[in-house]
Design a binder for this molecule. Structure first.
Ligand code: SER
Length: 896
């Protein structure tokens, strides 16, 4: 069987058992707590939890054979978070950052008996894996460690019966495992349960006692191929486990492992050769490409340690790393996870940079990684069509990353070598490598390990924290509460009324002094406190008959809105009631910019692609900034399209809906941001049904209120991150008015109306070009005439013709040209010229070859002349330039 046939045979087998074959879900998980999709079950979490009905058609867009049974091959990345295999990739032959997980699921339908028996049937009967080589693990909690649940007697009995039927001893073939090995969790929270794994003895001999020893021993000669998880609990954030309403099955098979073993063992028959996933044919196009690019051959060696590798071991590790990383990075980008500076995006950047480093070890130059995309598409494009569709974007993103890292890699490696000569890499060096040369810490560690050195990771963290601290200090909005006059112990979040009201009464419950500023805290307020990039409200408070201006509003850790008081305000005492009024003009301007930001986000995703993700944003009354992931400059035409799209939506005057819902119930396609901590309830801002984001900000009620959106600028702010600045409403009108005034002024100068400006300007520029051409020709003629005149006045010195004069020219270049023309006219001789250019004097000297031979030196001549006019100069024997301040002395030194 080829790998494709193995995959298909798995799917066919489960289809024949009533399973709906669904497509792989994206590597970008829906759950904000997950870095990447790390298991086939991720997309089914809401079903397991009972939040959604078991209707797989919802996920897959296909009619299920049965709503309660699904099977697929799922792209998974395990390179961070709870499941991280990155460090092992390349050094062994069976861990990957990206792999395919073949899986079958039961949503409250069949349970352990069917799952285990079908599994057994597929691998031993359909595929013919020798039963004697298989071992099953069952869950046996270690109560001394607080492991949850009970011994999995049910799974044990099912396995015992199976092995007995095969004439094998269950005591030998069933291995017990505690929570560490036999209780599967997707992350710290979420659906989970005891599991039963199938391990495959790959030793040359099928001796069962020896085989059993290999289970869970990290031996490449005995590896887990299939995990059957019996989902029965939800892991809560506090570490407890709640039973679920229904019992589910979630299995996952390591596709590359099975395909690799199949290839090496010639169809599960001959186990003499060393097993390796990389022997599966899905890797073949990649290895062929790496060989073609590097001229090196893969030698199948596997190092036993991390330092002092032989050359062949180095090469083989690099082959495996490159093949693995190319698949991972390509699939991630195709699923809109672009390399970036934060979270999962940084993981992808790290993996790509790691790949580039290993490419360097093979002697590959910047630009090679991009070429690995084609073989990835060749081997996976049919199974994951998005790879094929988006291969162009994938290549462009990789190219731009390679170029930017390529600029600092070599210098970084030099810095590393220098730092390494000290015997270990200190924190400051590791941080400099990270900050200036883009070396992720794990890459520096990798380089250090190869040399048997260590990196001071704590020192690195300290340097990193110090930088963050500097960043925070420069953001003046951060408030250090130095003194609080109220009840400092019971800090309750302020009740925010500002979504509905812009005026309200609030009881003054605290007065806070921080530095020179005073902040007021009320029990409730209509003032929005800076959050999510939206600036805080300004306005007034009427307290005890006194009107106080509030110039900003920020939130502290307890969720209290701190209203900043204008300078020169009276003293306050807690307890008073205030009439709070938000400055409506300002708030409305902020709303416009906030809604405009959502529209621009929507339009960018439409114009540039769905890889565009918000990377930071700021909305004030004057403008909005929107930072987003994108790998190249946005073109003028694209910006225009964005502007057109958003303004069309403004004119449409769509309703802006805001509502609260449970995170899991948010509508399909709602944009949420990784790293944001969402509670059970989230607020959705829905513009016209096409733009949906989780957002806590304030907005216009219909898009027409925005009035007009104008993009002011687009720029790069980091590798892979762009920024758009735009204005909406009044500032947009002002921008247009200013531009129009400038245009009117220009058209007035040019004569005629604004509509002719371009034509007139083009005509003017063409005329100017023509004039310049003529002027140049004229100047050249004049110069030739001047040269003629000067040459005619030549005297003789030491048997050579000699010209020395002060001339009047426009610039140094003309002076040089004149000098060389005079010499050309003389044929042989020495020329020295000077001219006053602005407030300085310039000098040139030329000596013909014969004059040089006779001992004349332009450099020396200029040296002498320059010194005489209070300056410096010099040059070669045949030509030199110089100058000085003393214009008055020019005539004297040049004798004319
Ligand atoms: N979710 C389980 C795993 O990843 C089985 O699919 O191992």
């Amino acid at each position: 069987m080829t790998s494709a046939q193995i995959r298909q045979s798995f799917l066919d087998f489960f289809a024949s058992q009533g399973h709906t074959i669904v497509p792989s879900s994206s590597l970008l998980p829906d759950s904000p707590g997950l870095l990447f999709t790390n298991a086939g079950m991720n997309q089914f979490v809401p079903i397991f939890l009972g939040d959604r009905a078991a209707d797989v058609s919802k996920w897959a867009g296909v009619r299920p054979a049965k709503d309660t049974r699904a099977a697929d091959t799922q792209k998974c990345i395990r390179a961070g978070g709870k499941h991280n295999d990155l460090e092992d990739v390349g050094f062994d032959t069976y861990h990957h950052t990206l792999f395919e997980m073949l899986g079958n699921w039961s949503f409250g339908d069949y349970f352990k008996k069917e799952s285990i028996n079908w599994g057994w049937e597929l691998i031993t009967k359909v595929w013919g894996i020798p039963a004697k080589r298989l071992f099953a693990t069952v869950y046996s909690p270690d109560k001394s460690k607080g492991d949850p649940s009970e011994f999995d007697q049910e799974a044990y009995d099912i396995w015992a019966e199976i092995f007995r039927k095969e004439g094998l001893d269950p005591k030998v073939h069933i291995v017990h495992g505690n929570k560490k090995d036999n209780f599967w969790m997707m992350g710290d929270t979420g659906p989970c349960g005891p599991c039963s794994e199938i391990h495959f003895n790959l030793l040359p001999s099928d001796d069962e006692t020896e085989g059993r020893k290999g289970v869970n021993s990290s031996s490449p000669r005995c590896i887990e191929i299939w995990n059957h998880v019996f989902i029965q609990f939800n892991a809560n954030a506090d570490g407890t486990f709640s039973p679920l309403a229904a019992k589910h099955v979630d299995t996952g098979m390591g596709f590359e492992r099975v395909a690799g073993i199949h290839a090496v063992s010639k169809g599960f028959k001959d186990f003499t050769a060393e097993p390796s996933n990389y022997e599966a044919d899905v890797f073949a196009p990649l290895f062929a490409k790496i060989t073609a690019l590097s001229g090196k051959t893969y030698g199948r060696t596997v190092p036993t340690k991390r330092e002092g590798l032989t050359e062949q071991e180095q090469t083989d590790v690099a082959f495996r790393v490159l093949a693995d990383h190319a698949r991972c990075v390509s699939c991630a980008i195709a699923d809109n996870i672009l390399p970036g500076n934060e979270g999962r995006n940084y993981v992808i950047r790290r993996i790509l940079r790691r790949g580039i480093l290993y490419g360097k070890k093979l002697g590959l130059q910047t630009g090679f990684f991009e070429q690995l995309v084609a073989p990835v598409v060749e081997s996976l494009g049919t199974v994951f069509p998005e790879l094929k569709e988006r291969q162009d974007i994938v290549r462009r993103v990789i190219r731009s990353e390679e170029e930017s890292f390529g600029r600092t890699l070599d210098r970084g490696l030099q810095i590393f070598t220098k730092a390494a000569s000290a015997g270990s890499i200190n924190g400051a060096a590791a941080f400099e490598l990270y900050d200036t040369y883009g070396f992720p810490l794990d890459m520096t560690q990798l380089l250090a390990t190869e040399r048997g050195l260590t990196v001071d990771a704590a020192g690195f963290e300290a340097a990193m924290e110090a930088q963050r601290e500097r960043g925070r200090a420069s953001q003046k909005k951060e408030i250090v509460v130095a003194a609080t006059e109220g009840e400092a112990t019971a800090l309750e979040a302020t009740k925010f009324l500002g979504y509905e009201d812009t005026t309200a009464h609030g009881k003054l419950i605290d007065v806070i002094k921080a530095d020179k500023d005073t902040f007021l805290v009320f029990d409730q307020t209509p003032f929005y406190a800076e959050m999510g990039g939206q600036t805080g409200d300004i306005g007034t408070a009427l307290i005890n008959g006194q009107l106080v201006h509030l110039t900003d509003c920020v939130k502290d850790k307890a969720g209290r809105h701190l209203h900043k008081v204008a300078e020169g305000s009276p003293a306050f005492t807690a307890g008073a009631t205030a009439e709070l009024s938000v400055d409506l003009t300002t708030r409305r301007a902020i709303n416009r910019h906030h809604s405009a930001a959502h529209l621009i986000h929507w339009a960018l995703r439409k114009v540039l692609g769905t890889h565009v993700r918000q990377a930071g944003t700021s909305k004030t009354a004057d403008r909005m900034r929107f930072d987003f992931s994108h790998f190249e400059a946005v073109t003028h035409a694209q910006l225009l399209e964005v502007e057109q799209l958003v303004n069309a939506k403004v004119i449409d005057n769509a309703k802006v809906d805001t509502y609260e819902t449970e995170f899991d119930q948010k509508p399909e396609g709602t944009l949420a941001f990784f790293g944001d901590k969402y509670g059970k309830f989230v607020r959705v801002v829905d513009i016209g049904g096409y733009s949906r984001e989780l957002c806590g900000g304030t907005h216009v009620s219909t898009t027409g209120e925005i009035g007009l959106i104008k993009v002011v600028a687009e720029m790069a702010i980091a590798a892979g991150t762009r920024r758009i600045e735009a204005v909406a409403g009044q500032p947009a009108f002002n921008l247009v008015a200013t531009r129009e005034a400038a245009l009117s002024a220009v058209s007035a100068h040019l004569g005629g109306g604004a509509s002719d400006v371009v034509k007139k300007l083009e005509a003017l520029l063409a005329a100017q070009k023509e004039t310049e051409k003529q002027l140049k020709a004229f100047q050249q003629k004049a110069l030739a005439g001047m040269a003629e005149e000067l040459a005619a006045k030549a005297t003789t010195r030491d048997g050579f013709k000699f010209v020395s004069a002060v001339v009047s020219v426009s610039d140094q270049e003309v002076l040089r040209s004149l000098g060389s023309q005079v010499l050309a006219k003389l044929g042989d001789g020495v020329v020295q010229l000077g001219a006053a250019l602005g407030d300085k004097a310039s000098l040139v000297a030329f000596c013909s070859p014969a004059a040089v031979k006779a001992g004349h030196q332009a450099g020396k001549i200029i040296q002498g002349l320059s010194t005489a006019i209070g300056g410096k100069g010099g040059g070669k024997p045949d030509f030199a330039m110089g100058g000085g301040k003393d214009i008055a002395k020019l005539a004297e030194v040049l004798g004319g």
